[in-house]
Structures are given as structure tokens and as C-alpha cells.
Design a protein around this ligand. Structure first.
Ligand SMILES: [Zn+2]
Length: 131
């Protein structure tokens, strides 16, 4: 008679690819839900440049302590944990919404983009593109 453990191991091996896809989709669904909750709490626009396209919006650690913040009890947490923490407890001194451009500039260059030089919506207006 096959034990449950043996059956489960065999089942996982046989269906590994389908189970991985299912798990990936579930994670994506969880992150989409957490992002939505974060946007409801912090807003849906970049705090710096005002961009509102949700697919490029990120959750930023205001004090640049994200790496340190993700270590809890010596264990590195994933981004879902950070999003959950931000969504469950509004902490505007700790978290803000930035677009990926502003967040990247802050992380790489140590400052937010100069809005006189940086044109978040591009220099060509949509009406010009359509002509
Ligand atoms: Zn921005």
C-alpha cells in the first residue's frame, strides 16, 4: 500500500510543470491584489512626477531603507510581505508611490529626477504623434 507521502511526491513529480504554472499564477494574483490595496491606501500616482500609469508605479521606501527593512528576524522577506505591511498600516513617512523612472533615479543616482530636465510623458505630445 502506497503511503500518502509517496503518493504526494509521485503526484508532484508527475505534474510538476502544471503545478509550477498554477503556483506562478496564484503568486501573480496575490501580488496584483496587494498592489491594488497599496494603491487604495497611498494613491495611484507618482509622488514626484505625477505619472498615473499603474503598470509603472512602485512602492518606494522613503528613507531608502528597503533592503534593511526586508530583513526580519534575520530572514529576507519577499516584496509581498512589504506590500502587505504597507497596505495594512498607512505609513506615509515610510512608504510612497513612485514611478519606476523616479524610483530608479533615486536608487541609482541618490536623488529624484530634476523635473525641469526630466519629462515624464516624453517631449512629443500625443497630438503631435497623431498628426
Ligand atoms: Zn515619477
Amino acid at each position: 500500500m502506497e503511503t500518502n507521502k509517496t503518493y504526494n511526491t509521485r503526484y508532484r513529480e508527475k505534474n510538476r510543470e502544471a503545478l509550477n504554472i498554477k503556483q506562478r499564477l496564484k503568486k501573480r494574483e496575490i501580488m496584483a491584489d496587494l498592489r491594488e490595496r497599496v494603491f487604495q491606501v497611498y494613491g495611484r500616482r507618482c509622488e514626484h512626477c505625477g505619472k498615473t500609469y499603474e503598470k509603472v508605479l512602485t512602492l518606494d521606501h522613503v528613507q531608502n531603507d528597503g533592503a534593511k527593512d526586508r530583513i526580519k528576524n534575520g530572514i529576507r522577506q519577499n516584496s509581498a510581505t512589504t506590500y502587505r505591511e504597507a497596505a495594512e498600516n498607512y505609513q506615509p513617512a515610510k512608504f510612497q508611490i513612485l514611478c519606476i523612472d523616479c524610483n530608479w533615479c533615486k536608487g541609482i543616482h541618490g536623488h529624484l529626477p530634476d523635473l525641469d530636465e526630466y519629462q515624464p510623458y516624453g517631449s512629443v505630445q500625443l497630438s503631435e504623434k497623431l498628426n
